[in-house]
Design a protein around this ligand. Structure first.
Ligand code: NAI
Length: 433
């Protein structure tokens, strides 16, 4: 019996395997596709390559190079003597044993399920005419017209990037504003900025069905939807469905390990990512990353995996899962950590809100990136920082700095008293009033 089996070599699974091996555990990792998971192969990394390519043709070419290089880096890391990589899908036989596709069985004291998620397609007529973000990244010709259903993270990132490549982009969203986890002001500014760049938004709109346009060559489609009681439609050459993701649990035979899914299809876990049901006797079984549905972010999966391995090792850690930064890589970016101003208000939390604008920052002007805003919320009287929501160039880097302050319990006063290099965008943080 080995120490640990990990099912899935995405950011959650492979980082957990490396951390476990570094601390002396013997690990078996199962991966049925490429190592690196959604993030590396069809998610964060290819989309960021698109963001940083001047043209669609360059993006298509660079995507493969970047992904291949990173993938081979992970393969090298996993060729550790304490890690066995089995390139097969695994399914449970009992709570400590899984079987690979070739029939061989493997047992371990502990099992981590890190199988990720796939795009959720709306159950509407014609849904099969739409593509997921994975298929959109496989296009080899730039679509003339792209209709995106859902103004969440995936919808907004692709709207931004395809608009920049010259595609006519329309976004249809059910809610009144995009990106519900972002501060309302920031989300609105981001949407307005994309509108100014030429993206058309239909907010508060309900999708009804998708239809192929008869006899169209090349093929084109109609998206039928209603907005404020009016029936509308948009024509497009490609329709992207970006309405959320669902956990990958098919084929795992979870029943054999006594695991029951939550009604939303996720594997239910406690705050230490241990599966709350199942029949574990000597060891334990955990679910990390998108499959537990807690925080669908690559960096959340990584930290969850490290936390789980620390528990197995009996090693205490102080990872703050309640302080989870996130970024939307549009142009310009948006990013956040902690509750928005609206959420703090709704919760009745006493707080003050401080703002600053990029247009008053020397570096931003020098970079011709004057469009941007920072909102910091803290406890009264320059007290502990509670959140930061940022829109503008390098928003993710600014939010990362504030994440460190929040994690360490720092106050706004301490942030303001921290020397910042001049001239940097970071200075916007100490300019909040
Ligand atoms: P999402 O949950 O972020 O957004 C889905 C959007 O679709 C929501 O705004 C929702 O209101 C809308 N929607 C749902 N049903 C609809 C309907 N019938 N008609 C119109 N709109 C409808 O999901 P998304 O963008 O698919 O992303 C999936 C996951 O991947 C998220 O958890 C996200 O955080 C993660 N991700 C993170 C990235 C990052 O951190 N930069 C990048 C890409 C994905």
């Amino acid at each position: 019996m080995t120490d640990l089996i990990i099912i899935g070599a995405g950011p959650g699974g492979y980082k957990a395997a490396l951390h476990a091996a570094r601390h002396g555990l013997k690990v078996i990792v199962f991966e049925g596709e490429h190592v690196g998971g959604t993030c590396l192969n069809v998610g964060c990394i290819p989309t960021k390559t698109y963001v940083h390519s001047a043209t669609f043709a360059e993006a298509v070419e660079r995507q493969q190079q970047v992904v291949t290089q990173l993938r081979s880096g992970i393969e090298t890391l996993l060729s550790n003597p304490d890690i066995t990589l089995v390139r097969e899908r695994a399914s449970f036989i009992d709570e400590h044993t899984v079987r690979g596709e070739n029939g061989q069985t493997y047992s371990a004291n502990h099992v981590i399920i890190a199988t990720g998620s796939t795009a959720k397609m709306l159950p509407i007529e014609g849904a099969d005419l739409a593509v997921s973000s994975t298929e959109l990244l496989q296009l080899r010709e730039l679509p003339r017209r792209l209709c995106i259903i859902g103004a969440g993270v995936i919808g907004m990132e692709f709207a931004s990037v395809f608009n920049r490549f010259g595609t006519e982009v329309t976004v249809i969203e059910y809610l009144k504003e995009c990106l519900p986890m972002l501060d309302g002001d920031i989300a609105k500014r981001l949407r307005k900025q994309l509108e100014k760049a030429g993206v058309t938004f239909f907010m508060g709109a309900g999708i009804e069905k998708l239809k192929a346009v008869p006899d169209a060559s090349p093929a084109s489609y109609s998206v039928l939807f209603s907005q404020k009681g009016k029936e509308l439609s948009v024509e497009a050459d490609v329709i992207l469905m970006a309405t959320g993701r669902k956990p990958n649990t098919e084929g795992l035979n979870l029943k054999a390990a006594g695991i029951t899914l939550a009604p939303n299809g996720t594997i239910p876990v406690d705050d230490n990512y241990q599966i709350v049901n199942g029949k574990w006797l000597n060891g334990k079984c955990y679910a990390i990353g998108d499959v537990n549905g807690r925080q669908m972010l690559a960096h959340a999966a990584e930290m969850q995996g490290i936390h789980v391995v620390n528990q197995i090792l009996g090693r205490e850690d102080h990872i703050r899962f309640d302080v989870m930064p996130a970024a939307i890589f549009t142009a310009p970016e948006a990013a956040c950590v902690g509750p928005s101003e609206d959420l703090l208000k709704a919760a009745g939390t006493p707080f003050e809100c401080h703002k600053a604008f990029y247009r008053a920052n020397g570096k931003a002007l020098a970079m011709a990136e004057s469009e941007g805003m920072v909102k910091l919320c803290c406890e009264p009287d320059e007290g502990r920082i509670l959140s930061a929501h940022v829109f503008g160039a390098h928003a993710a880097d600014l939010v990362q700095e504030v994440t460190a302050y929040i994690t360490l319990g720092a106050t706004l006063r301490q942030l303001r008293e921290t020397v910042h290099i001049h001239p940097t965008l970071s200075e916007v943080l100490i300019e909040v009033n």
